[in-house]
Design a protein around this ligand. Sequence first.
Ligand code: BES
Ligand code: ZN
Length: 651
Amino acid sequence: MSLHRFPLCCKVLLRPTSFVSSFLNPIRSMSKLTPFLESRRPTESPEFDFSTLSNYKSFNVNHTALNLSISFKASVISGSVEYQLTTLGDRVNEIHLDSSFLDIKNVQINNEKNTSFEVCPRAEPLGSKLIIKNDNTLPKDFQLKIEFATTDKCTALQWLDEKQTSGKKYVFSQLEAIHARSLFPCFDTPSIKSSFTATIESELPVVFSGIATSSNNGTYSFEQKIPIPAYLIGIASGDLVSAEIGPRSTVYTEPYRLEDAKWEFSGDVEKFIETAENIIFDYEWGTYDILINVNSYPYGGMESPNMTFATPTLIAKDKSNIDVIAHELAHSWSGNLVTNCSWNHFWLNEGWTVYLERRIIGAIHGEPTRHFSALIGWSDLENSINAMTNPERFSTLVQNLNDGTDPDVAFSSVPYEKGFNLLFYLENLLGGTEEFDPFIKHYFKKFCRQSLDTFQFLDTLFEYFPQHRKLLEDVDWERWLSKPGMPPKPEFDTSLADQVYQLASKWMDKAKECNSLKQFQKEFNLDDINDFNSNQLVLFLETLVQGDDFNWANFPVASQAILSIYNSKMCESQNAEVIFKTFKFQICSRLTASYKELAKWLGTVGRMKFVRPGYRLLESVDRPLALKTFEELKDTYHPICRTLVKQDLGV
Ligand code: BES
Ligand code: ZN
């Protein structure tokens, strides 16, 4: 008998939350997923992570202690890592760790004589396996200490000199997805979690992904009691000062940005935390701080626990980019407590986080705002899939990186937005937020401090909603999980978008009729967009250039009229999202004067969200200028950004 035919099954009784209840209750053994899903279930659960060269399945990591020293003079971080390990299985006598461009100096087991080790030849992009050989079988519990230093090929760190900052040297790490191995030898897989302590020497203040326990004469100590994977470690050191932005929150940044940073984030952060706590459960990490990093920071934000790293492009002077903070904060549950077991299942980190980010925003600003954000996400997803050279391969929700493909290369909006759309679809399918919310709490409790794959998520979903089993069985899982391309389009509330669409279509109509600025001025003025928030402006600019049926290059008077009439909101905007979309509009309109402006702007931002499409845009109209600009600026970009732009431009 299939489960959904159980009459009057009580949800509470049928919800196995512990081994005992699932033992007493035959659901787990009975409730297979659909035949399609079962045919795709990996043999091992959680699925094996092929993006690590370590033998992580042979060990538990009980604790990790980092002892590091930052040398700005040599651009090197050196020191030791000490692991407290428990061996799983009987005949383990080797430890295999990930390393990438590291200088391994010494290895000791239980503080005894030096142990022999071998750094294997590099296997791109996964790095060099570090093999540590013990003469005998390894003890059940032991300590492993490795002394090492980073090298100039390190992909985990960016070193900046005084000219690139406000006047002092600076270094920061960015380890997700597989760059932790370039900072210290480790089990570089999201399947392995460990508590951490860190003692870091530096001539400049240091921040870390944990709680500061002491700072003494250039030695900074931290503790991360909650077990985390290696990719969540974050370290930065530079001329950092701080200001309080909430009862449990502080912002850190270079002195010249402190006032702006404080203004941008004060107040909202605590609201976000409390809202998230209502949706999921209490914030477990203690403090929630933000580092506003340097311009070359390649991401919008990174969820290092206790210390979100964020791009300075968040400082828009109107709090309009604060949703990135809601996103990074939401990772405190999705990603940092409940973690994808491998990068194939990255959507469990990012799709859930986008879903929670929009729930937070929706709870504070209302449902239309949540839907509006989802709508922008939808067009990001379309753009992202359209721009892919290999959409068949990289636009599926569940990825296949088992052949050693670089997660940086697979990175796109797909896990974010397809993942969000799947959860949003399920929310609606199962009866709306009221029905879905208890499942959110259940899922995050159940997998708290663990790492899981998509099938464990699905098992939990099917188990939790036995009364909706038929609905769940009828979902087109193959399309959602394994097919490339766009997912089914949901019905979004378009109330905040409609005015934007109307204005955009009026412009496209009038562009064909009017042929002087004067004529346009009769039809349009700044009041049209005065009430638009930045996201609406972004959608307006995006709508103008989307679709193949209207080519602005054929209407130069109209495109110049837009820029002239809305000048103060577009060309003079301080918001990087608006600035970027304005450039996109100008380039699509072939306004040649903007090419040099864009090239100049690419020297002021490092966030890949803008830098990569920025070069692609420039290349589409003036390849020599794109190449020349990159040649001049490449050394100022983060190593990951440099590599990816190089690939994008084919140089
Ligand atoms: N965890 C990601 C950043 C990341 C992902 C770094 C994969 C390296 C590899 C972070 O939470 C993120 O998603 N940042 C976004 C913010 C946005 C979605 C609000 C970004 O950087 O744009
Ligand atoms: Zn994220």
